[in-house]
Design a binder for this molecule. Structure first.
Ligand code: ZN
Length: 153
C-alpha cells in the first residue's frame, strides 16, 4: 500500500470522495501493523502526496513511553525520507477495538509536524471510523493560531 499511485491531486480542499475512501481503507489496513503492546490502541494513517503517492503509517510504541511515535508522524517521516514533502491529505483511524468506535484525531505533536510541511488551509485531515463514518478537517481547523516556520523567517 505504500507508494500506491493515485491520480495527482494538488489541493486537499478538492479531495474527491473516492480518494477519501481509498485513504480511509489504507489507514484502516495500516492499523494491522501497529506495534501497541502497552496501550492496545492501534492507529493507522494514510498520507497522500501531491505527486499522487500514498504513504502508510502506524503507531509504534516503546517500553520507554515517550519514545513512542504516532501513525501520522510515521507516515509523514516515511514520505519525507523518500524525498516527498508536498502533501494533500491524511486519513487516520484508530482505537482499541477491531473496528474503531470513536474518532482518533491527531495529537498535538502530529499537528505541529503537519504544520511544518503543509498549508494549514489546504491540507485535509480525515478522521474515520469507517469508509462511511468520517469527519473532514483542515489543518487550520485543528491547529489554529499555530507556531509555524514563518515565525522564524
Ligand atoms: Zn500524534
Amino acid at each position: 500500500m505504500e507508494q500506491k499511485r493515485m491520480e495527482a491531486v494538488q489541493s486537499g480542499a478538492a479531495l474527491p470522495p473516492k480518494m477519501i475512501e481509498t485513504l480511509i481503507t489504507t489507514a484502516l489496513k495500516m492499523r494491522e501493523r501497529a506495534y501497541c503492546p502497552y496501550s492496545g490502541y492501534s492507529v493507522g494513517a494514510a498520507l497522500l502526496t501531491k505527486s499522487g503517492k500514498i504513504y502508510g503509517g502506524c503507531n509504534i510504541e516503546n517500553a520507554a513511553y515517550p519514545d513512542t511515535v504516532c501513525g501520522e508522524r510515521t507516515a509523514i517521516f516515511k514520505a519525507i525520507s523518500e524525498g516527498e514533502c508536498a502533501f494533500v491529505a491524511i486519513a487516520v483511524a484508530g482505537g482499541r477495538s477491531e473496528t474503531p468506535e470513536g474518532y482518533s484525531v491527531p495529537c498535538g505533536s502530529c499537528r505541529q509536524v503537519m504544520n511544518e510541511f503543509c498549508d494549514p488551509d489546504d491540507f485535509t485531515i480525515v478522521v474515520a471510523k469507517s469508509t462511511e463514518e468520517y469527519k473532514v478537517f483542515t489543518l487550520r481547523d485543528l491547529l489554529p493560531e499555530s507556531f509555524s516556520p514563518a515565525a522564524l523567517v
